[in-house]
Design a protein around this ligand. Sequence first.
Ligand SMILES: [Zn+2]
Length: 425
Amino acid sequence: MSSRSAINQHGTVLLVQLRYNYRVYPDTAQREALSRSFGCARVVFNDGLHLRQQAREAGEKYLSDGELSRRLITEAKATEERAWLGEVSSVVLQQALADLNTAYRNFFASLTGKRKGRKVAPPRFRSRKDNRQAIRFTKNSRFRVLDNGRLRLPKIGDLDVRWSRTLPADPSSVAIIKDAAGRYFASFVVQTAEDETLPEADSEVGIDLGLTHFAVMSDGTKVAAPKFLRRAARKLKRLQQDLSRKQRGSQNRKKAVVKVARAHARVADTRRDWQHKLSTRIIRENQAVYVEDLCVVGLGRTRLAKSVHDAGWASFTGMLEYKAARYGRTFARVDRFFPSTRMCSACGRINENMALDIRAWDCPCGAAHDRDVNAAINVKAAGQADFNDRGAQARPGLVPAPRGEAVTHPDVACSTRSVEGISVL
Ligand SMILES: [Zn+2]
């Protein structure tokens, strides 16, 4: 479950958007209809991106959303090359353009500095080879959950849904997602005005995201990635090696690709579950949570790549962020250039560069430090100082819904969020 919440400066929750995901099992005809819809949404998205890029290169003004919709949906359907757009729900096509607009808005906001945090990449073309395909239906498409528990989607049919928990309210939209392992999910957005603010907690915590442990807390707690997760990751690695030995275009290679995708999905699921439990616990126990702002993709280019990506810090800190907003806690990232490791948390002295293998050190002031715990204490102190400086301003006005929790764009330094506007599992 994920959330997007608007909080005013008094800390009152105005509106909370919750996301509920369920596995769905389309039959053959429905899978074909879905694949058609994914394809049409992709084409409209790409046409829109293409038109806007052309307009920019020609020095023309930015095409309005209405103009784009008229040309790429209404008028396009009347042409021979795009007549097939009429075979899918027009809401799906409108939503594809809405995704494009969101991607542009985020990109511009990031360029002008209105959007804080990591840089957002410009929208990029979607491909049929993308790991995830997604379409979205809003209220006015008249999608419906039937009395028999099936989900009725226009021009798709009545889908079989595994209701792993009940929807708390009427959903305002539903996205249908197909992941790399070929599984389908329905992701409902439900809006509630429910105030979920937790009673105030006494403690605050700083977290150091390290390589020897997944996370080390300022109170001395060290959290290692669980064994079952490491085992699953090892198995995935083996399957990937198998795959690399298969001949291109061969039947065996195709089979190996599916195996890798399945194992990958399993690792991602397991890791997500584990991270959800951990982040919920940290948010419940602490009034404020501070983490170091890591440029995960940047780090990922170095020799540490493998362990960094396996660790999945970006998705984890994303969870902390939206859960903090949802439960009325403080969450802040501390500047990643701040020397958290080398600074003595007792006297403030900054010591010389430290090799990665030094796990404990003594400061001339007499303090004995565990490397990671010392760093976490520094992160906490820096976060508290930052937060007090900014005061009430530091409260997030709008917290981005966590999207693509494990998705990274290797081509764009420091962008760890999907910019296409579709929030995925
Ligand atoms: Zn010291």
